[in-house]
Write a protein of this length. Structure first.
Length: 210
């Protein structure tokens, strides 16, 4: 009887706990589990980390969340500003080059909420999100080939123009949104004077701006 009571009490504790595991509310691999019932009641004051931008300034490089929420922070691993819900899109100012101590690269981004563009940083986890679009100002993103070469083709799955070797950076002008029949999204870019398209495989490459 004593063992039965202990078992029932243990189950009740587990069922009533509101502490979340990784990805169960904020979409981060981090030290900061969140109670979803209070998450966005913990916003920073509205005058912190805020920047209003008109449409002409926006770069229209976007991040789509497809299977997790994301946390927007003041700095990489800094104070939480807000949670961006799963299925939402936020805009990217730039990709950070260096991996942080949490094992992830981060993006500087902004998210429209409360009629204001809120600036901050979010983990870039390509397992649960993907970038798409381009920089309106004619800019580009470097795509570092971390552990594999990449074929630059005349079109998506077209003829090979050249091969960028592992360790190279492809000057990338556009991230396409459609998943192709080969199971990859493709980017438009330039390497060695050749302009074309290449598979975006985040397992062997990563984008960076600064």
């Amino acid at each position: 009887m004593k063992k039965l009571i202990i078992s029932i009490l243990t189950l009740l504790c587990l069922c009533t706990s509101t502490t979340l595991a990784r990805d169960a509310g904020d979409g981060e691999h981090d030290k900061d589990p969140i109670d979803p019932t209070t998450a966005n009641k913990e916003l920073l004051p509205i005058d912190y980390g805020i920047s209003t931008m008109n449409d002409d300034y926006r770069n229209h490089m976007r991040m789509q969340l497809h299977s997790s929420a994301a946390t927007l922070r003041t700095t990489p691993m800094g104070t939480r500003i807000t949670i961006i819900p799963n299925g939402s899109t936020f805009e990217i100012n730039y990709f950070m080059k260096d991996m942080q101590s949490d094992g992830y690269r981060w993006v500087n981004a902004y998210y429209y909420m409360n009629n204001t563009n809120v600036n901050g940083y979010a983990q870039y986890d390509p397992v649960v999100m993907y970038p798409y679009g381009h920089y309106d100002t004619g800019g580009y993103t470097n795509m570092r080939l971390d552990s594999s070469a990449a074929r630059i083709r005349s079109s998506i799955m077209g003829n090979v123009l050249t091969v960028a070797p592992a360790g190279a950076d492809i000057k990338t002008t556009r991230f396409t949104v459609e998943l192709q029949s080969d199971g990859y999204r493709w980017n438009e870019g330039e390497y060695g004077g050749y302009k074309g398209f290449y598979q975006y495989d985040p397992a062997v490459m990563y984008p960076w701006d600064r």
